[in-house]
Design a protein around this ligand. Sequence first.
Ligand code: PLP
Length: 403
Amino acid sequence: MAPDRNREGNRVPMSRPALSEEEVAAVSRVLRTPYLAMGPEVKAFEAEVADYVGAQHGVAVNSGTAGLHLCVRAAGIADGDLVITSPFSFVASANVLLYERALPIFVDVDPASGNIDPQAVAEAIDDLLQGAEARARWLPRRGAERAGDLKGVLTVDVFGQPADYRRLEPLAQAADLPLIEDSCEAIGARYRDQPAGTFGDAGVFAFYPNKQMTTAEGGVIVTDREDWAETARALRNQGRAPGDTWLDHSLLGYNYRLNEMNAALGRVQLTRIDELLARREAVAAHYGQLLAQVPGASAPVLLETTGRMSWFVYVIRLDPGLERRRVAEALAQAGVPTRPYFQPIHLQRYFVERFGFQPGDFPVAEDLGRRSLALPFSSVMTKEEVELVVEALDRVLQRIGAG
Ligand SMILES: *Cc1c(COP(=O)(O)O)cnc(C)c1O
């Protein structure tokens, strides 16, 4: 029997956090203590996240975006600096550069994984360090009047699959550039046998409710660099440096603090992370099996370097010529929600208006952007729900493919 539709008319939710009575109890317990804002739970949580990936330091913040922004500040990236990054990502990974009036230098991505293409990164570094003529092809059409020097690389582990760090790390090191790893979609993933988040100078995890584990809102920076950890701790807390009292502010800071309820929730989720990831992997495997019988759509590609995929979303790729919007609309009619992961950042309105990007600037990212569709996915999704989604997809693709 078909499940009933929920209030949005969906027969399957797009995503759902996996919460138990243990999380409810942990949050309730905090409410009976004198600590609501940053306190012992936050301290324990950030240490536990760092320990989970084997990093020296963890700095908890109130979103993944805040964590990335603090890394940009810790790297000393400022007005007019150039930073190489990916156009195929959630907009936050580029926005954090704009917060400091740096210029994102987008380079195209690998068609299999959607991760930044190391070859393109190498070319961009060479050209940008040469200066003059060679620089021009990487700069945006507009908004580059104050373009300064190349000052960093910000990579993204797209959909829970690590970027190609065996090639990216040496490139950044050789050019003496800080490397920030946006691992907001990749907690628990491994590149060969090294955990996502531990490449470059610092990595950032995010814990919004659709991520592999949640704090409702929140994030953690992991790093082996004591100087970065110290800067991030000061900046998240209104610019109070070590030794500053409550009303001393040595730096221009922010209120990016995580609170005790969020941290308590995250601590319980972290104890369950391997179970949550295993369940997501089982859901993805079931999707993969069923999709093999569906003409018109293909399952995500796992690279040989991916020691462990951390399934964040389940993104299929439609065959060229199938119009994603039509597929999404027909699925919505059938009660199956989807998301167009990702709309490339350079074609978001703000970026077009400020920098003059045009369709065709990053063809691989755009092609993926046109053909990628995220299906409902979570660690609590049942086999029946996966079957319902794939059956609906199969029917829709047959209809649309036929005419
Ligand atoms: C989720 C996410 C972030 C950060 O998200 P917040 O909502 O700020 O926690 C950053 N980058 C990527 C690629 C993400 O998917």
